[in-house]
Design a protein around this ligand. Structure first.
Ligand code: TXA
Ligand code: MG
Length: 345
């Protein structure tokens, strides 16, 4: 089934009327794609099981992969999850912003169990984007929203990306222009004695550690803690070769920094990691086409936002692997076939 072939949904310029229409649609149980500072989200009323199920269906997403619940601020989040001192410190420092906190779910918080994939934790985040904030306030409901791409594809950073990926599977797309940060939020699990960095993202782990002490790396092997950690993710269709030191005839080359005058595209000619993160997904999409056979990517420094970029590139590069912990999250597909599409987040 190709969502891209379906009728294109309306792409609405941001205005008080379009925000109201989007809020009404969400309250009615429809899906609305909206911009955040990281990537576009595919939003549904987090309390509406049918709407949340429609999100999984629209993405072709494995059912047990939990969604991030978006809220306007810490107060709204506190109705859904239990904050401890560390969570309060992080939310005070980084919200609204690209940080997702995994916290104990309040059983009577009203969030669909499906949104949290039945876990007793819930991932919450307050996005730092005027349109996302206006939508949250207008609809007065927490909004469950994964990235607005088909499962396994690169996250969308423009309204056009969403329309290409999801076609008629979404009622409308609010167009807030390109996303400022361009990689997804950092996900940190605060339900353990030592916080766990489940996904590097828009806030570098170093900045979190400065407030809450050292972070554990996400465990590998064993049952998946965060299904977003499945090895192959964020993948274009063409093979991706990170850390490439030279171009190869027939392949696209994605440069970083001034040393690549002949690159097909350059994430940041000046070598700025923030600019590179903002360009990453759009450029991977742009290079994922004929006549290129593969996409080579120049080395990216592994600090600050470079960690999140390298994390996404490594996942894009990994061959699909039918690991036991993938099956754990693969409830609606059965065991992964060797060439099955990767699950994404
Ligand atoms: O920047 C972002 O975070 C974007 C925008 C739209 O907010 N959203 C996003 O959502 O990237 P998604 O669903 O594509 O990724 C959510 C990640 C996944 O890795 C998921 O497994 C993890 O968060 N996650 C969600 N709930 C969790 C939970 N209760 N425990 C552990 N991991 C969780
Ligand atoms: Mg995602």
């Amino acid at each position: 089934m190709s969502a891209g072939a379906a009728a294109k949904p309306p792409i609405l310029a941001v205005s008080p009327d379009s925000i109201r229409a989007a809020a009404d649609a969400i309250r009615q149980g429809d899906l609305v794609a909206f911009p955040t500072e990281t990537v576009y989200g595919l939003g549904a009323d987090a309390g509406n099981d049918r709407a949340v199920a429609a999100v999984f269906a629209a993405k072709d997403r494995p059912r047990f992969n939990p969604l991030i619940v978006h809220v306007a601020d810490r107060e709204a989040a506190a109705a859904l999850v239990r904050f401890d001192d560390r969570a309060r410190a992080l939310a005070d420092a980084f919200w609204p912003g690209p940080l997702t906190l995994v916290l104990p779910r309040r059983p009577r918080g009203g969030v669909s169990l499906l949104a949290g994939a039945g876990l007793d934790t819930l991932a919450v985040r307050a996005p730092d984007h005027d349109v996302a904030q206006a939508l949250l306030r207008a609809c007065g409901r927490p909004i469950a929203a994964p990235s607005a791409n088909r499962s396994g594809a690169v996250s969308p950073t423009t309204a056009a990306h969403v329309a290409d990926d999801l076609g008629g599977r979404v009622a409308m797309i609010l167009d807030g222009g390109p996303c400022r940060i361009g990689v997804e939020s950092t996900v940190v699990d605060l339900t353990e004695a030592m916080p766990v960095l489940l996904r590097p993202g828009g806030i570098p782990g170093e900045r979190l550690a400065a407030l809450v002490g050292p972070l554990q790396a996400a465990p590998t092997g064993g049952p998946a803690r965060s299904p977003g950690l499945l090895h192959r993710h964020y993948a274009p269709f063409r093979p991706v070769h990170p850390n490439a030191r030279q171009s190869e005839f027939g392949d696209a080359f994605l440069g970083f920094g001034p040393g690549w005058p002949n690159a097909t595209l350059n994430l940041s000619p000046a070598g700025n990691l923030e600019e590179a993160a903002a360009n990453l997904f759009a450029m991977l999409r742009a290079l994922d086409r004929d006549p290129f056979r593969a996409i080579r990517v120049a080395p990216i420094p592994d600090h600050g936002l470079g960690r999140a970029i390298n994390d996404r590139l490594t996942r894009a590069a990994a061959a699909p692997s039918p690991e036991p912990d993938e099956d754990t999250w693969n409830d609606d597909r059965g065991p992964a076939a060797p060439c099955a599409l990767p699950d994404d987040t």
